[in-house]
Structures are given as C-alpha cells and as structure tokens.
Design a protein around this ligand. Structure first.
Ligand code: FAD
Length: 414
C-alpha cells in the first residue's frame, strides 16, 4: 500500500494504544495518521510509573491474564499474539529503548524516563504522521471507509479507523471521557464507568487518623465492605495519606467502590497482622502484657505496626497512655480490634483525577477479541483504555494497549 493523500488508516487518540498502533502500521508500510486532540501525543505516558514508565510485565500471558479481572480470558488471545516478550523485543530492537527488569517482573526503560519511550514512539512514527490539535467529535461511516471530523470542522478520511481515545482518568492528559460519547454515537454500549487504581478518601472523622500518620506505609490486609458485605479484599502495601489511603492494594479495592457509596455505609478494614489469627494475636498480646506490665501498651502494640500507627490505634481503643498492667480485658479487645479490624469509612467514591485507569468502557461483547474490530461497524477497531478492560498495576495496562494495537493492525494487514 503506497503513500496517498488520504491515509489508509486513521487512528483517533495519540496515547499509548494509538502510538503503538501507529508504530505497527509504520513497520508494515501502511499510510496512516494519528489524530490527537492535545498539543502533543503521549501526555499520560509521561506520568506512568512515576515518570519512569512501567511499560510491561515480564510474565507469561497465562499468568498475566489473571491481572485483568473479569476480562482475563477475553484479553488472553491478544496477550498470546503480542506477549510481554514480544513487547520487550519491539521496544528494544525497533524503538531502540533498552529496558530493565525490576521486582515482580515489572519492566522499565534503563533511562528511568518515560520521555525516552514517548519520544522513541513519536520518532518511529514520524511527526508528519501525527496531527495534533484535532479533537474528534464525530465519526462518519462512508462507502469504503470512515471520516473523522474535528470540533472545528476539519476532517480526515481513511478506509479503516482505530479508536484509541483512552478513558476518563487523569482528564488533564486529554482522556476526559469524550471517547465514550464518540463510541456511543456510533451505536456502542458503554458499561458503567468507575475510577480504578485510585487513592481512596476516608470520611472526615477517620481522616483525623490517616492524616496523623500520613506518609507511613504498612503491609496489611485490606477489605472493602458495603452495608456489612465484604466486596473485595487484598494484601499488600498501604500508604496513609492526608485524605485517606493509597497504595497498590487500595488501588485494587477502589474499582469495587460503588458510585453511590455516599448513600450506603461503606468502609475499608485494615488488618495489620494478616498472618496471625485473632486468637493468636490475642494470646500473644496477653503474654506480652503479663511479661511487661510496666511497659506502655502502645509500645507493645508497636511490635505489629509503626509506633505512630500504634499510638493512633491506642487512642481509638482508649488505652493510649496506659501501662500494660492497667489495661482491662475490654481495653485489650479494643486494641485487638484496631490491629485486626481498623475501620476507615468512605463517604465519597474515588475521583477520576486520582485514578490511574477507568474500569468499564466500550462493551467487550461488541468487539471481536481476536482482532479488536467492532462487531457493529466493520473496519473500525477499538483499543486501549476506552474498552471495558482494566488491569492491576505493574505494567499490565500498557501491555494491554500494545497487545490490542498489535492484533488490530495484524487484522488490518489481512
Ligand atoms: C499517573 C498514572 C500512572 C500510570 N502508570 C502506569 C504504568 O506505569 N504502567 C502501566 O501499564 N499503566 C500505567 N498507567 C495506565 C496507563 O497509562 C493507561 O492505561 C494507558 O495510558 C492508556 O492508554 P490509551 O492510549 O488507551 O489512553 P491515553 O493514554 O489516555 O491516550 C488517549 C489519547 O487520546 C486523546 N483523545 C481523547 N479523546 C480524543 C478525541 N476525541 N480526539 C482526538 N484525541 C483524543 C487524548 O488526548 C490522549 O492523548 C498509569 C496511569 C496514570 C494516570
């Protein structure tokens, strides 16, 4: 397919998914244009991995798929077709960015700079193939193709179109949910949207606890409850913040928080001793209290949590200044409750402004899993965060973008 005035393929959205799709088309020698609403492509990429870009995760697709929640079996064929190993080879050999492996299979550029990935993608694609300042508000199906129309009336036509406009998280990067309007107008169903991998704010009363220990990180079990029903739980690092909680395990729970949480009673329960049963902890505490009756009870509790957290738990339990020998059975039970069942109530759902990804999006039942082609509109492909797939943290979301871009382009190439 040679160069012509109109591109063969239009890519709407110059984020990770759109840029990788552009790379695969470039490698195949297909004429294409990336239409990006912002003044430069890949703005969200720059924020990834705290500016270092955790580009993928070196796990076998069979294991990796477990990190995509309900969509694990859907995305498996894409992950097999373009695996993390394929991604690493492409990024190192084609884009010329050397990668390194960190804990738990997470891959980063050796430069520790997300910009090195972003600029390599843009250089590979060629600036001439990227049209910035093009905010696509409509897509018109023509005989033999699609025309993307911008909010200022410009249009670009191509025989195929790839939608890669992102979700709703971090809207200042350009993905503010307009993608769903565009896909909705084309007849696609949008499943309920929920901020995911987000920090969680707790209610004002409990913020008094979290802000006092803000910056402290602990390993804990964390469970989300709504109306006394456990909705989700996990184990990992939890960071106390001025507004509540964050960290990987909290991010995982955030996708399960209902949007109408304000109307119900919801909380996160922290268990600071997840590897001890309540009985074991109680027995241990009692033994220590008996052996050290003159020790401050919160000093004994700091065996299990950082001392600042032990102080706050002691305060809640009403035993903070007491020596161990003075603590009653009820006081000990309250302390135990704080160590195993610390409840921090949520009165507002997480915000898209702090969510790394969006749960929900274009319904998967309307997209062919082998090709990412729309089942409603042939020749239109939908990839990246705008579809109903969200992964855990650790490079999963960018790998999804790459794998989906790959199988879409493979199908376009026939
Ligand atoms: C702070 C942060 C850190 C993250 N870290 C990681 C990480 O380390 N590893 C990982 O795997 N994932 C990470 N993620 C998630 C990952 O960045 C996203 O899942 C991924 O960028 C989604 O790519 P995308 O191309 O689908 O969407 P986006 O990157 O959001 O790109 C969509 C693009 O489309 C453009 N656009 C939107 N609508 C239109 C329109 N109508 N017309 C034209 N253009 C449009 C937008 O301007 C944007 O440039 C992180 C996310 C955040 C917010």
């Amino acid at each position: 397919m040679g160069e012509k005035k109109d591109p063969e393929v239009i890519i709407v959205g110059g984020g990770a998914a759109g840029l990788f799709a552009g790379c695969f088309l470039k490698r195949a020698g297909v004429a294409f244009r990336v239409l990006e609403r912002g003044d430069r492509p890949g703005r969200k990429l720059l924020l990834t991995g705290h500016g270092r870009c955790n580009i993928t995760n070196r796990k076998d697709p069979r294991i990796l798929k477990e990190g995509y929640h309900e969509a694990g079996s859907y995305i498996y064929s894409a992950l097999k077709s373009f695996s993390p190993e394929d991604a690493i080879r492409f990024i190192e050999n084609e884009l010329g960015v050397e990668l390194k492996e960190e804990d738990n299979g997470r891959m980063f550029p050796v430069s520790d700079s997300a910009e090195s990935i972003r600029s390599a993608l843009v250089d590979y694609i060629g600036k001439e193939n990227i049209i910035t300042g093009f905010c696509c508000t409509d897509i018109i199906r023509e005989t033999g193709g699609y025309t993307a129309v911008s909010d200022d009336g410009r249009s670009v036509t191509g025989s195929r179109i790839i939608l890669a406009c992102g979700g709703r998280s971090f809207p200042e990067t350009g993905s503010d949910g307009l993608s769903y309007e565009v896909a909705g107008k084309l007849g696609h169903t949008i499943t309920p949207l929920i901020p995911a991998l987000s920090a969680v704010d707790v209610c004002a009363a409990d913020r008094e606890f979290t802000s006092a220990v803000s910056g402290v990180s602990v390993n804990a079990g964390a469970s989300l409850y709504c109306e006394s029903r456990k909705r989700a739980s996990g184990l990992g690092s939890v960071l106390f913040t001025h507004r509540g909680l964050s960290g990987p395990v909290i991010g995982e729970l955030s996708r399960e928080i209902p949007r109408d949480i304000a109307a119900s009673d919801g909380w996160i329960e922290l268990d600071f001793t997840p590897h001890r049963t309540e009985q074991e902890l109680d027995r241990e505490l009692l033994e220590q209290m008996n052996s050290h009756p003159d020790a401050k009870i919160t000093t004994l509790a700091s065996k299990y949590v950082p001392s600042s957290v032990a102080d706050k738990i002691g305060q809640r339990a009403g035993v903070t200044d007491l020596r161990a020998g003075m603590v009653t059975r009820d006081g000990r039970k309250e302390l135990l409750k704080g160590l195993k069942h610390l409840e921090l109530h949520i009165d507002n759902p997480p915000a898209y402004e702090t969510a790394y990804v969006t749960r929900g999006g274009v319904a998967l039942k309307e997209i062919k899993r082998e090709t990412m082609e729309s089942k409603i509109l042939p020749g239109m492909y939908i990839i990246g965060e705008m579809i109903d797939i969200d992964g855990v943290s650790g490079g999963y979301n960018l790998q999804a973008c790459m794998s989906e871009a790959f199988i879409a382009v493979r199908d376009i190439m026939g």
